[in-house]
Design a protein around this ligand. Structure first.
Ligand code: FE2
Ligand code: FE2
Length: 255
């Protein structure tokens, strides 16, 4: 006997709704294993099972119609507008750096420092974010984005950075970074771009201000001068990280 709606748990109902929505779509939309891992399941649906459940349909091999439509040749700005789940934190940090009179490279590093968190994945976001932008920015910018992952756990009072109170609240007073983060920090301390990464931490806004006036338009020129937009479109070029942008473009493509 099938369980009626009342007998279903909230998550079963969410699954049923999702399955219903999938049937409404013209193509079969699939979830990568990572999406299931985030739900606490080490699972994937194989191609044959999906085809059997969706007679007469083909796998989605392009844009997901449920997501905002991206232009044929997307720019970083298009990703900001159509793929980043939230831009307030990035814009606030970059605005802070701009007002403090820092260089365009520092401002861009602040603008992109958590790009992975808002668009892709949280775990090791500094590493992911750096890799995403590396082919398109000066080495100083991507190096700093990578290093902020480690530096933010270590105070540098001389640069005006104390361990954030928010981290005590988020992770508890006893939280210790993993050994690889400690090692990364030690290496970063002696690097020539140390201060750029440190300035990301200094300008990182740890308390979100809903009233702060921030605007992506303030950064269009800085992006234009410092982010090498590929002519084919970001993600449709052949850079070493283009596939990461394509994955954001088409996150539910079957292969
Ligand atoms: Fe961060
Ligand atoms: Fe941040």
């Amino acid at each position: 006997m099938q369980a009626g709606p009342q007998a279903m748990t909230l998550s079963e109902r969410a699954d049923a709704l999702e399955e219903h929505m999938m049937h409404e779509l013209e193509h079969i939309v699939t979830k990568s294993v990572l999406f299931n891992l985030a739900d606490g399941k080490v699972e994937m649906e194989g191609g044959a099972a999906l085809m059997a459940k969706n007679p007469g349909k083909y796998m989605l091999m392009g844009a997901d119609p449920r997501l905002p439509k991206m232009p044929d040749k997307p720019t970083l700005i298009d990703y900001f507008k159509c793929r980043f789940a939230s831009t307030a934190h990035l814009l606030q940090s970059a605005t802070h750096a701009l007002k403090a009179g820092h260089s365009e490279k520092v401002v861009l590093a602040c603008l992109l420092h958590d790009v992975a968190v808002v668009s892709f994945i949280r775990c090791d976001h500094g590493y992911w974010g750096a890799q995403m932008i590396e082919p398109y920015v000066d080495e100083e910018v991507s190096w700093a984005v990578r290093a902020h992952q480690a530096l933010r756990f270590f105070p540098d009072e001389s640069a005006g950075y104390a361990y954030p109170d928010m981290y005590v609240k988020y992770f508890g007073p006893d939280y210790q970074p993993e050994p690889y983060i400690v090692e990364e920090y030690k290496r970063a301390r002696n690097h020539r771009h140390y201060m750029t990464a440190r300035l990301i931490c200094v300008n990182d806004i740890y308390s979100f201000d809903p009233n702060a006036k921030v605007n992506l338009d303030d950064f269009v020129d800085i992006i234009g001068r410092n982010f090498k937009q590929p002519k084919e479109g970001l993600g449709l070029d052949n850079s070493p990280s283009a596939h990461m942008w394509r994955t954001m473009l088409w996150p539910t493509r079957f292969l």
